[in-house]
Design a binder for this molecule. Sequence first.
Ligand code: NAD
Length: 362
Amino acid sequence: MEMKRIAVLPGDGIGPEVMQVALKILDAVQSKYNVCFDYRHALVGGAAWNDYGSHLPEETLKICRESDAILFGSVGGPVREQDTDKWRGVEVHSLLGLRKAFELYANLRPAKLYPALAFASPLRSDISQKGFDILVVRELTGGIYFGQPKGRRGSGDAETAFDTMLYSRAEIRRIAKVAFEVAQKRRRKVTSVDKANVLTTMVFWRQVVEETAREYPDVEYEPMYVDNAAMQLTKNPQQFDVMLCGNMFGDILSDEAAALTGSLGMLPSASIGMGKFGMYEPGGGSAPDIAGQGIANPIAQILSAAMLLRYSFGMIAATEDIEHAVETVLNDGYRTADIWQKGNRKVGTAEMGDQILKRLES
Ligand code: NAD
């Protein structure tokens, strides 16, 4: 039997609660698909601080290095405690630390609006009722967030501040290839978002993406200015399949697309690098306001586990099985508090997991 090692990093807040449910789902996949998952649990974030005085201990990094993929929960503490040693910089140290350690340069953020949850979307109902299924592919390690030089100089009215938007051909090409290859397994369309009418970096971005697009004649390619893309997301989100973006535009548009689904507790994400290794985590944070109450929505964590199966283990049938079970449970009217509407059946974290499990095993 095939054995796969998964580093399991539940982290803080609702992380451990939703992770427990996601692992039950993976357990069901083990028996159904005849694979063996070797879970390696490790501490990260505030949960690691008391024992290690670090948000990303060397022992955790070692466990990740020895694994085939990372399943991450969430990190972060209550807002009123943000400025204590335990919580200060926790996201940067844990998440950016892992992205850097494993050169995870591609961020995949699906934003799917299920017709059953159309009411939760802030979009006009004639638009939201059709649902949408978008995958934002965001470049994660380059662009204006990391380009040098950056800084401030001068003083008074003459003081200036500056950042540098910088991309190499290799960086653009590798993220574009991710987008086209992912699109080949979806609805075969890539919309590349840029600002080629103003920024030199983006003229280059468009040129390299166009060159890469020629290698994928089976995928439709269209460039779109970022301002138009932001507007089109609200007017006609159904037109998008894969949206390819640089770091900053991807940061903003993936949040906009997520907001249009209306429910943070539903959205998974993946950060992948060279080869099959990747880190998979819910789009939301540690939700300290509801932690420990057993009411968090486990679907984002479950779908993150499904993304892990798809992108790191190539287990497409198992992935689709989980996605289908989630959709069926929603169609059957089961809802955690964050997506509940009158007339639906309100359930807690564990029962939502059990309902999905039941459909997965049937
Ligand atoms: P958040 O995403 O944790 O919560 C925002 C709102 O969404 C809250 O009302 C929360 O209850 C709700 N929510 C989020 N996930 C949910 C789920 N699965 N089920 C039901 N409701 C859910 O964002 P925040 O409140 O801005 O941040 C809280 C903490 O999380 C902070 O410490 C922040 O730094 C951290 N954070 C971590 C990550 C990460 O680990 N990737 C991401 C964002 C924020």
